[in-house]
Design a protein around this ligand. Structure first.
Ligand SMILES: Cc1cc2nc3c(=O)[nH]c(=O)nc-3n(C[C@H](O)[C@H](O)[C@H](O)COP(=O)(O)OP(=O)(O)OC[C@H]3O[C@@H](n4cnc5c(N)ncnc54)[C@H](O)[C@@H]3O)c2cc1C
Length: 417
């Protein structure tokens, strides 16, 4: 099978890269083994909130300057401030084109309210997510009876500590009784499959209506809206006060919506989507990937002029930790890592963990390095890259998006040669 580009991994990075390549007329395939990190994410994307030394950033440009001086392996340091801004802007437009209603902008990061009632800086968040504002309306934090993945008392208590006049409430929804038979079924995604059914709207509305007359704002766990935000919009039109949604423990409804809208766009644009398959190995000759071998297409190789590795970090098995070293699973690319296993971890789990920064080494154009030499037609993007800590630095989604669109641009610039 022949393509212009084959992408390994269909998470945020692989899909954004694939969509951009298709827009530029490329023949493109994505091979993706399983669920991506999006299904477990908040649905908000982080751009950069902290430097590796723990300092909050002042401005994006000054932060990237500091990365270039002190942390040259960070993906943003490799690309530079201008490119990061440029591709972050492009991401905003592309996500909107894919039907994602997001709030936020590079110039104005916001503090989103988390399901624990804490604040976290974000770049882009689904429009339904509450963000910190100067106003302090009396807020009802509403749980759903029997749903354990969201604790309204905990969230309301934490919000009160931040000076927000929040109170815990609970609604009964008998229509969810079929899920209650098995507590492991009573999850946000399964609830959404019921609450997204139009016939169930009235029951949800009736349960929330009295609370909307009592409070100036309501927060509810994000338990509907798998495909779109139709139920959210309708509730906001009919309730007496504004309603916002807090993402719950995984699997996350807003994250799954982002995955499915990007996937749909890729397929509708003519991309070849190969789910449930995995790239097992590659033939590399003279520093170039010649062909890829997958589990399902045993004896039929995938051939492409360009290959993009977007296989994710440890979470998605893009990186594999052995006893003495961490390896990249498909090409055995060079991996940034500290030598001694004892230095991989810090005892305090809340500290920035060194292993979070392990990942593939590239040159300045994101070509993967193998034994120190760039593989000329292989680009590496997203969380399989090394040199950054997505959690402590608050830059996971941003690194994925920016590197994905940068690599797509490098590939398109090479035209049909
Ligand atoms: C649990 C979790 C929650 C997160 N939450 C947030 C958040 O809320 N906001 C934020 O900004 N960042 C978050 N991050 C950071 C996150 O890494 C990125 O935001 C992003 O979603 C990662 O995308 P990715 O495409 O690089 O990798 P992934 O999403 O991990 O996707 C990689 C894909 O590649 C597939 N794959 C791997 N190997 C192969 C192979 N050999 N062949 C074929 N397919 C393969 C995997 O099955 C997977 O589908 C989170 C990370 C994790 C792990």
């Amino acid at each position: 099978m022949k393509f212009d580009t084959v992408i390994i991994g269909g998470g945020l990075a692989g899909l954004l890269c694939g969509i951009r390549l298709l827009e530029n007329g490329q023949r493109c395939a994505i091979v993706s083994r399983g669920q991506s990190a999006l299904s477990f994410s908040s649905g908000s994307l982080d751009l950069l909130s902290h430097l590796p030394d723990g300092q909050p950033i002042a401005t994006l440009d000054s932060a990237i300057d500091q990365l270039q001086q002190n942390y040259p392996e960070h993906p943003y340091a490799l690309l530079g401030a201008e490119a990061v801004r440029h591709y972050a802007h492009q991401t905003q437009t592309l996500l909107a084109d894919c039907g994602l209603a997001l709030q936020g902008d590079i110039a104005t990061p916001h503090q989103r309210i988390t399901p624990l009632g804490t604040l976290r800086q974000a770049w882009l968040s689904p429009t339904e997510v509450p963000v910190k504002s100067a106003a302090n309306p009396r807020t009802g934090v509403v749980g759903i009876s029997g749903f354990l993945d969201f604790q309204p008392q905990l969230a309301a208590g934490a919000l009160r500590q931040r000076g927000i006049d929040a109170h815990a409430e609970e609604i009964e929804l008998p229509l969810l009784d079929p899920l209650r038979d098995n507590p492991s079924e009573f999850r946000a995604v399964n609830i959404a499959r019921l609450l997204d059914v139009p016939e169930h709207f009235d029951a949800l509305y009736e349960a929330l209506k009295p609370l909307s007359q009592q409070y100036a704002m309501l927060f509810l766990p994000a338990c509907f809206g798998l495909a779109d935000n139709r139920v959210f919009t309708q509730l906001n039109q009919q309730l007496a006060c504004p309603l916002h949604l807090l993402p719950t423990l995984p699997p996350s409804v807003p994250g799954m919506r982002m995955q499915s809208l990007l996937q749909q766009r890729f397929i509708r644009s003519g991309g070849s989507w190969m789910p449930g398959d995995e790239v097992l190995r590659a033939d590399i000759i003279n520093g170039q990937v010649m062909q890829l071998w997958t589990r399902k297409h045993e004896d039929i190789a995938l051939r492409a002029r360009h290959v993009v590795l977007a296989s994710g970090s440890f979470f998605s098995n893009g990186l594999i930790a052995g006893r003495d070293r961490v390896r990249e699973a498909v090409f055995d690319l060079d991996v940034l890592q500290s030598a001694e296993r004892e230095s991989w971890y810090r005892d305090n789990v809340f500290d920035s963990q060194p292993w979070q920064q392990f990942g593939v080494q590239t040159d300045g154009q994101l070509h993967g390095l193998r034994q120190g030499k760039p593989v000329s037609n292989l680009y590496v993007i997203g969380s399989v890259l090394g040199g950054f800590d997505p959690i402590a630095q608050g830059c996971g989604g941003g690194v994925c998006a920016v590197t994905a669109l940068y690599a797509a641009q490098q590939i398109c610039a090479q035209g049909g040669e």
